[in-house]
Design a protein around this ligand. Structure first.
Ligand SMILES: *Cc1c(COP(=O)(O)O)cnc(C)c1O
Length: 361
């Protein structure tokens, strides 16, 4: 099978080789040294300010979305939550569940967040802002410079879910005034699913220490304390952390984030150009697209996007990503992250052309 989903994605040979070995005992100075390096490299690749810290959470991206909300906010906060798809909606659900007061900025699928839309919330006493870098369900890349400036001006704590956008799209905590951001192991880092990583600036560290959440497993101050000596409070996915270390080092040697962003952009453009003549429409305007994923709407209304997903899987040996909910029959997505070659994109483009000839598109 060729995997064009947005996670788990195809892993590199180096990562797979490491995954085949025994898992070492981890309460050792050797493992602590690996973890200190993981922290340094993650902070570097998020372009985090001096004194930033990283938290290594065993649990998928959603665990860190929920942990972040719990550790950074209380019932006394007032948040703005951008909801332009499934992952924005997940932040809404988390806030509702935990009784964090919020106002939802609801956007249509693929609709950009604009200055005019944000200006309604200027000087209104909001204390936190939740947004995705890339809303993976629609493939839109939000304007983080706009959001960062808004938050800086209004003294709002900015927490960014960069789970899918990290590595694919340009991202800088420093330049975008982001206080905390997360990514996950099974997205562009191309590791097995199991862990998510949060980078906290100095303000975020202070904030979670003051709140000191009543939660044993999702307790950031405990992770920060143990992290000072390169450890975690509980047994982490040790294998994934070793694979992370190898991957981060390899990224550094290869030129860091600018190179990764460029590679993702090249893959995305290659695919988008290849399907130009098919009856498929981009969900957002081209200038608002993330390099991580392309969401495609079927132009012919009597054809089913879910059927396209099934046929690609069953007859062509290809996984793309189906959408859920009210987009399930209209939209499917093609990921551009992980270890995928242009030859593999050619196979997908060929298969889509065949489905078109067979009247499924
Ligand atoms: C994948 C993803 C997550 C996390 O999903 P999990 O299934 O919990 O790993 C969170 N946010 C975004 C934007 C994502 O793409």
């Amino acid at each position: 099978m060729i995997n064009f989903t947005v996670g788990p994605v195809q892993m590199d040979d180096e990562t797979m080789k490491l995954g085949a070995g025994q898992i070492p005992y981890f309460r050792t100075p050797e493992f602590s040294a690996v973890m200190k390096e993981n922290e340094r490299l993650l902070c570097k690749f998020f372009d985090a300010p001096e004194e930033s810290r990283a938290i290594f959470m065993t649990g998928s991206g959603t665990a860190s979305m929920e942990a972040g909300v719990l550790n950074f906010f209380t019932g006394k906060d007032r948040l703005l939550v951008v909801n332009g798809g499934s992952f924005g909606h997940r932040f809404v659900e988390i806030c509702e569940l935990h009784g964090i007061p919020f106002t939802e900025i609801k956007l249509d699928y693929g609709e950009p967040l604009k200055a005019a839309g944000l200006s309604l919330y200027e000087n209104k006493g909001y204390t936190g802002f939740l947004i995705q870098l890339c809303e993976t369900s629609t493939g839109i890349l939000y304007d983080m410079d706009l959001v960062g400036d808004f938050c800086l001006r209004n003294h709002i704590f900015l927490f960014v879910d960069a789970v899918s956008g990290f590595m694919a799209d340009a991202f800088s905590m420093r330049k975008m005034h982001v206080n905390a951001a997360i990514t996950g192991s099974q997205k562009a880092l191309s590791l097995p699913p199991s862990m998510s990583f949060t980078v906290l600036d100095e303000q975020a560290v202070l904030r979670c220490q003051n709140i000191n959440v009543k939660n044993l497993y999702f307790n950031y101050p405990a992770y920060l304390r143990d992290g000072e000596r390169g450890q975690t409070p509980f047994t982490p996915a040790v294998g994934t952390l070793l694979q992370l270390n190898e991957k981060l080092r390899r990224i550094e040697v290869a030129g860091g984030m600018p190179v990764q962003n460029r590679l993702a952009k090249e893959r995305a453009s290659y695919f988008r150009t290849g399907i130009k003549n098919l009856p498929l429409a981009l969900l957002s305007e081209a200038k608002n697209l993330s390099n991580c994923v392309t969401a495609l709407r079927l132009k012919n209304h009597d054809r089913s996007a879910y059927r396209v997903f099934e046929l690609l899987k069953e007859e062509y040996g290809i996984w793309v990503c189906p959408n859920s909910g009210d987009m399930a029959d209209r939209v499917f997505r093609v990921g551009h992250i992980g270890s995928i070659s242009n030859e593999e994109f050619d196979r997908l483009i060929d298969a889509l052309c065949k489905l078109y000839e067979r009247n499924y598109l």
